[in-house]
Design a protein around this ligand. Structure first.
Ligand SMILES: N[C@@H](CCC(=O)N[C@@H](CS)C(=O)NCC(=O)O)C(=O)O
Length: 205
């Protein structure tokens, strides 16, 4: 297994899952700032020029949520994903999709208009709308979480990785989570040793 990634990006979600399940993997650092995702060699791996990308059984899988779920299924003994076809799995998939389709979208808008787009494409006024949009999604997450430890109840699952990584992204952007239960949830998840190992690996380059 080989993960193409870059520290402090969505590939940390995949690395976090790999560390949770204890799988052996090779890591190829793609320096986004240096344009390494746009080289012909990398575009042959992912034509979108984005990370994460996972090589598994000689094939490439992209999209962080799809990769995280595939890994969790493949290493199902780790217990971080419910069995396919169960209500629990439906709820796990529901929150994975919510993280990508609802919670992270406004942060992605902020990223693009703060730093990624060329200056002439940026619309500063979008910032306020994006923060408002995030608060709407955070309200839904807060209700779904309630006073549970994890999004499915007492058991940590792959959806918690996607959700907590996105909450960390919000914190990094100084976007308020707006709910005490989300602050506690983020603190609990972001203190997991597996994520600590990812941070240490990133710091070591
Ligand atoms: N929906 C994709 C988004 C992937 C993505 O946009 N990755 C960013 C880093 S977090 C990237 O590679 N950006 C490079 C670029 O757009 O040039 C996923 O969840 O994997």
């Amino acid at each position: 297994m080989k993960l193409y990634g870059c520290g402090k990006t969505r590939s940390d979600r995949v690395r976090w899952v790999l560390e949770e399940i204890g799988a052996a993997y090779d890591y190829v650092n793609i320096n986004l700032a240096a344009g390494e995702a746009r080289t012909p060699d990398f575009l042959a791996i992912n034509p979108a020029g984005k990370i994460p990308a996972l090589e598994l059984d000689g094939e490439i899988i992209t999209e962080s949520a799809a990769i995280c779920r595939t890994l969790a299924d493949r290493f199902s003994d780790s217990g971080i994903i419910p069995e396919p076809g169960t209500v629990e799995r439906g709820h796990c998939d529901q929150w994975c999709d919510f993280a990508i389709a609802e919670l992270e979208q406004s942060l992605w808008t902020l990223s693009k208009h703060r730093s990624i787009y060329p200056a002439e494409r940026r619309v500063p006024a979008i910032e306020e709308v994006a923060i408002w949009e995030f608060s709407k999604a955070a309200d839904v997450l807060s209700k779904g979480l309630g006073d549970q430890l994890y999004i499915l109840g007492d058991t940590f699952c792959v959806a918690d990785v996607l959700l907590a990584h996105t909450l960390a992204w919000a914190r990094g952007y100084k976007v308020p989570l707006g709910h005490e239960n989300l602050e506690d949830y983020a603190n609990r998840l972001l203190a997991r040793p597996a994520l600590g190992r990812v941070r240490a690996l990133n710091a070591a380059g």
